[in-house]
Design a binder for this molecule. Structure first.
Ligand code: ATP
Length: 443
């Protein structure tokens, strides 16, 4: 049985869907054999309803007590969800057996949940098609045996069914690229107080395990990234390869840890990005776009840096932004010039790409314009607007200024936002080494 769960927590009241999964893996072990690690799936990062990183979870279990498993899951979700928050609308799905068609439908639903914006009705339609009290498999009005493999439970408006189905769909179909996150949780009595984690030990853990772990610290911006600050039960989370995350965990000194769980996850995979042309982009989705810098970077109020790119064929243009929280990444972006060829990655909102990564593929030649040097060796002076140049010593004249090539203080290759500004789902460049292209990982 695959179990998908989402939307149990609240920004103000705390809680965390991953914590429910952590408790469930312990409680469910009595009723069967857990399959693999629990899954933590990050969905479209642009969803306005999200509490933090738009995560949903899935657990797989081989069991001959499915009704008992469902009851344990629903009791846990019911008791731990922050239902008094109007934005908390939990959804739970159980998949007992998936027909080929259900598997296909789930696959496409999961992809859309990661790359697009869905409605609760989209989840309901899928559930109605396959749940026992739902439909007939294909909407034809005839029960052709495809129904019955899915069960579900919604709390309040049940928006969490979207994430629950998407996570269960990934568990059903598998993912070709994945990473791990080892999450340590706080004792209940400490939740809401300042977290006590020794920074030095985190830096040490990072030094020992980077690049097999990432986004633990942000060295350039002197920040610890792996320790959150809210009222949730997470003490810290180490992202990376499984063995490296476990190794790092062993070096971190902290307040007592209530429990810890290693999640398999689509974090750090770029599953949200879609290749497209600039004129195909819509708000709320995330893209890989090719273009030529068409307006020079400018820093606007708040410290955000904006520049434009254009499609060489359609001439469609879009703004790209390195927002203030991307800190030192903005220094790279400020060095771009009109004519540079780039590939940008990020979400589009208000017709602006919120940059996560940029690849500079070609640097345009830049020149400094100076007054020309006369044959007599002296630099000429301007002869007046539109009248060229004249040598004060010998009287020689010239129309053309001198164009001196300027050395660009920028290399081609991939650049990325620093760890402190990284979205969970974005693939860090440290996972992209080994190709032909130069990468400049943020660290
Ligand atoms: P946490 O980080 O603790 O897991 P969160 O950031 O995941 O919290 P949720 O509380 O799960 O946020 O809220 C996100 C809500 O958005 C859920 O109800 C989920 O089902 C829904 N959702 C997820 N992806 C999409 C999507 N692509 N389209 C529409 N709704 C979505």
């Amino acid at each position: 049985m695959l179990i998908g769960i989402d939307d149990t927590d609240s920004r103000s009241e705390g809680g965390c869907t991953t914590y429910i999964a952590a408790v469930l893996v312990e409680k469910l072990a009595k009723y069967g054999d857990l399959i693999n690690h629990p899954l933590l799936i990050r969905l479209n990062p642009n969803i306005k309803y999200r509490t933090r990183g738009n995560g949903a979870i899935a657990i797989g279990i081989e069991t001959d007590k499915p009704e008992k498993v469902k009851q344990v899951v629903l009791d846990e979700v019911g008791s731990q969800s922050k239902l008094s928050d109007e934005n908390t609308n939990p959804g739970v799905v159980f998949i007992d057996r998936a027909s080929e068609r259900m598997r296909c439908d789930l696959k496409s639903f999961s992809r859309r949940a990661i790359q697009d914006i869905l409605e609760i009705e989209d989840a309901e339609r899928l559930i109605n098609r396959y749940s026992a009290d739902g439909g007939d498999g294909d909407g034809s009005g005839v029960d052709d045996g495809d129904g019955g493999g899915m069960d579900f439970c919604r709390f309040k408006n049940g928006r969490g069914l979207i994430g629950a189905l998407a996570a269960a769909g990934i568990a059903e179909n598998g993912i070709s690229d994945y990473t791990f996150e080892l999450i340590a949780y706080r004792e209940q009595s400490r939740i809401g107080t300042a977290r006590d984690v020794d920074s030095e030990s985190i830096r040490d853990a990072d030094m020992r395990t980077y690049p097999r772990t990432w986004d633990t610290v942000d060295i350039a911006n002197k920040t610890i990234v792996c320790v959150p600050h809210g009222p949730d039960p997470v003490l810290f989370g180490i992202r990376g390869e499984a063995d490296a995350a476990i190794e790092a965990f062993g070096h971190i000194r902290s307040e007592p840890i209530e429990r810890s769980v290693l999640f398999r996850t689509n974090q750090g995979t770029d599953m949200h990005l879609v290749r497209a042309a600039i004129d195909q982009t819509v708000d709320g989705r995330s893209y890989i776009l090719k273009g030529v810098v068409s307006s020079a970077p400018r820093t606007i109020c708040g410290g955000h840096v904006i520049f434009g790119i254009a499609d060489t064929q359609s001439r469609a243009e879009i703004d790209c932004a390195a927002f203030e929280p991307t800190k030192n990444f903005r220094e790279v972006v400020r060095k771009l010039a009109i004519g540079d060829r780039v590939v940008v990655c990020g979400s589009v909102n208000n017709r602006t790409v919120n940059l996560e990564k940029i690849r500079i593929t070609h640097l345009a030649d830049r020149y400094e314009i100076r007054n020309p040097v006369c044959a007599c060796g002296r630099r000429m002076k301007s002869a007046g607007a539109g009248q060229g140049y004249r040598c004060k010593r010998c009287g020689s004249e010239s129309d053309a200024p001198e164009r001196v090539p300027v050395k660009r203080d920028l290399d081609c290759g991939w650049y990325e936002v620093p760890p402190s500004a990284r979205r969970h789902i974005a693939k860090p460049l440290v996972r992209c080494t080994g190709g032909a292209c130069l990468v400049h990982p943020g660290r």
